[in-house]
Design a protein around this ligand. Structure first.
Ligand code: NAI
Length: 298
């Protein structure tokens, strides 16, 4: 079985000082990639900063014979995002892979959530992915690069106490699909993962006996594959964890059509058909969905 290699490739991994990002960095470096290990080094809630976590991961990569450089930039600021990209260009001269992974939590029920908790979480996950990808985009277009965004089952399916986090994580799905469309001509492929892993982020949520089963090394292989030049697809989302991987997709049910106009009562009287989930259609883009609507009306 031939090994997937990344020799000559330059990868940026945000939030790579701990958890999943650290594992992605170690694995990509072990397969020949030159890695920019970004981490702000704050706590789980995004408080504080330290360059040590990124530097420690770089030291580990170098000890293993790999090449890496640390960056302590904050993904949520334009200066931070620019510094991450500049570190890659100054040190390695190109960018082939961007893994948007940095994240924080500020969980609160919607009744209790404040603007500060909303803004902080949206800023790191959603604005951060935007800012770093925007700064890296010209380089990714040049290299026909790969982007992997980190969504979450909490965003795809919803989770009590995470209005901020789930909004950001579902936002990354729309971001992934639109960038896949816009990157297509240049050969840039953009996908997303919805991981499940035992890290400092989930240590309080998952029973301790799952720590080993849900190790970060069960998520990284998918990220590394999605970062490879041979990855077949773009614009897709995969859940991954504990040795299981599956595609997650948005689908549309068969629906109900009334060509001479819908009334409120039509909707009441046809609710079962409107709510039907089978047969469903999966559209590659908005064009396909609009065409299907026009066909139903024709
Ligand atoms: P983690 O807390 O171990 O790692 C997140 C890293 O991001 C930390 O090292 C942190 O310092 C860094 N970071 C935070 N804010 C930053 C900023 N503004 N700029 C640069 N770096 C920053 O957590 P974990 O679990 O490894 O999370 C990685 C990603 O995976 C996150 O986006 C998280 O939301 C996502 N995720 C994790 C799941 C899990 O089961 N562990 C489930 C679903 C999604």
């Amino acid at each position: 079985m031939s090994e997937l290699r990344y020799d000559g490739k330059v990868a940026i991994i945000t939030g790579a000082g701990h958890g999943l990002g650290r594992q992605h960095a170690l694995e990509l470096a072990s397969r020949g990639a030159k890695v920019v290990v970004n981490d702000l080094g704050g706590d789980l809630h995004g408080e504080g900063a330290s360059t040590s976590p990124a530097q420690e991961v770089v030291a580990e990569i170098v000890k293993n014979g790999g090449e890496a450089v640390a960056n302590g930039g904050n993904v949520a600021t334009e200066e931070g995002a620019a510094s991450i990209v500049q570190t890659a260009i100054d040190t390695f001269g190109r960018i082939d892979i961007l893994i948007n992974n940095a994240g924080i939590l500020r969980d609160k029920s919607f009744k209790n959530i404040g603007t500060a908790e909303w803004d902080a979480v949206i800023a790191v996950h959603l604005r951060g992915a935007f800012l770093v990808t925007k700064a890296a985009w010209p380089h990714l277009v040049e290299s026909a690069g790969r982007v992997v965004n980190t969504s979450s089952p909490a965003g795809l399916f919803g989770n009590f106490g995470q209005a901020n986090y789930s909004t950001a994580k579902m936002g990354l799905v729309g971001f992934t699909r639109t960038l896949a469309a816009e990157g297509k001509k240049a050969g840039v492929k953009v996908n997303a993962i919805a991981p499940v892993a035992y890290t400092r982020m989930t240590a309080d949520l998952f029973p301790a006996e799952f720590a080993e089963k849900l190790g970060v090394e069960q998520v990284t292989p998918l990220v590394v594959f999605l970062a490879h030049e041979s990855v077949p697809d773009s614009g897709q989302v995969y859940t991954v964890g504990g040795g299981h991987i599956a595609k997650i997709f948005v689908a549309e049910g068969p629906g109900f059509t009334k060509k001479d106009g819908l009334s409120v009562e039509d909707i009441r009287d046809n609710w079962d058909q409107i709510s039907a989930q089978d047969p469903f259609a999966i559209y590659a883009n908005i064009g396909e969905q609009t065409t299907a609507t026009f066909q139903a009306l024709a």
